[in-house]
Ligand binder design. Structure first.
Ligand code: ADP
Ligand code: MG
Length: 340
């Protein structure tokens, strides 16, 4: 058979490079929602609104009250590999922000119509940048903070557009991302609307309401607080009692340094702690956060993957296992009346 191509090696046009890079980061509308929410949190926002239209495909507009972007920096926000979050390899090894690659906004702008409106604390008014880092920055109206408005996702990449599922499915993924983040950040208010309808609205510190809504009322009523520290590791949050367990693993929320993860090692450690109190076909519900020195965990695995790598996985596993097991054993003792 002939070789697939007789073409010489050629550098790809910039536009195509951006679209290929975008594919890594912007797999579907919910990936845009995740990136924009992480940026809002990194900017110190305490109030975030998410407006979706048609499952996020038509529009994703996220407004925050964070520190904003100065007008002369707006083009850089949309430029590839430009970030305010790290400047060196040392910074990368100690990264404490959710973002650090400086490619999300550029990737989104490569496959959608984007506008960024922002006003810093000391600015008399907002400024807006439309299109890409090559667009012009013009005065605009708006409160302190930032709005990123993303419209017509994949309008210029029809092959990708074809892979989108139904509006309801894409919407569901977007809502899931908002809820994951809202569960981890009771210090921030969130509101979510879809096609003009308010779906979720949570004020600051409404954790019981958030967890009841997201994990069900059983969890809200039957959850054990955990807060344990051992050396550089701290585990905090809530482990659901067996009565709050589920037939599916959809009530499991684990965060590492505030970042939602689905990590085999952590899932296994928690599951093992439930060994004696839960039937094999049930899944525990929990909202747990592991905090540790950023130098002890590598979050630089893949832009859209929710995986991390621990420097000492064994120690993390043992710590999480014992902390959850201790919490569970204390209450079963209380429940049977053996502890006053
Ligand atoms: P990263 O988050 O990895 O730095 P992004 O492409 O997501 O890369 O964002 C680029 C830069 O734009 C950020 O480093 C930040 O300085 C700025 N930025 C993006 N979104 C916001 C926001 N909502 N508020 C303030 N600054 C923002
Ligand atoms: Mg980012």
């Amino acid at each position: 058979a002939p070789l697939p191509s007789h073409r010489p090696i050629q550098a790809l046009p910039d536009q195509l490079i951006s679209q290929i890079a975008a594919g890594e980061v912007v797999e579907r509308p919910s990936a845009v929602v995740k990136e924009l929410l992480e940026n809002a949190l990194d900017a110190g926002a305490t109030a975030i609104t998410v407006r979706l239209e048609e499952g996020g495909v038509k529009r994703i507009a996220i407004t925050d009250n964070g520190r904003g972007i100065a007008p002369e920096q707006l083009p850089l926000a949309l430029a590839r590999h430009a970030t305010s979050k790290i400047a060196s390899l040392t910074d990368l090894e100690n990264v404490a922000t959710l973002g650090f690659r400086g490619e999300a906004l550029a990737s989104i702008a490569a496959v959608a119509a984007v506008s960024v409106t922002s006003r810093t604390a000391d600015a008399p008014h907002a400024w807006e940048l439309v299109g890409s880092h090559l667009g012009t920055v013009a005065p605009s109206s708006g409160a302190h903070g930032t709005t990123i408005d993303v419209q017509d996702l994949y309008f210029n990449t029809p092959a990708r557009r074809k892979f989108l599922k139904s509006e309801q499915t894409e919407y569901g993924h977007c809502a899931e991302v908002v809820r994951r983040i809202a569960l981890a950040r009771p210090d921030v208010s969130f509101s979510l609307t879809h096609n003009g309808r308010t779906i979720d609205h949570w004020n600051v510190s409404e954790m019981a309401k958030r967890s009841a809504h997201i994990l069900g009322s059983e969890f809200a009523e039957a959850r054990l607080p955990i807060d344990e520290t051992a050396g550089p590791l701290r585990l905090h949050g809530f482990a659901g009692l067996p009565t709050a367990s589920k037939a599916r693993a959809d009530g499991q929320f684990f965060y590492v340094n505030g970042r939602y993860v689905r990590d085999k090692l952590l899932v296994h450690a928690v599951r093992a702690a439930y060994q004696d109190v839960l039937h094999g076909d049930r899944f525990p519900s929990y909202v747990l956060g592991l905090d540790l020195d950023p130098a002890l965990v590598d979050v630089n695995v893949h832009p859209s993957k929710i995986e991390v790598r621990f420097r000492d996985g064994r120690a993390v596993h043992q710590f999480v296992f014992h902390a959850v097991q201790r919490a569970l054993s204390q209450t079963s003792a209380t429940a049977y009346g053996s502890v006053p």
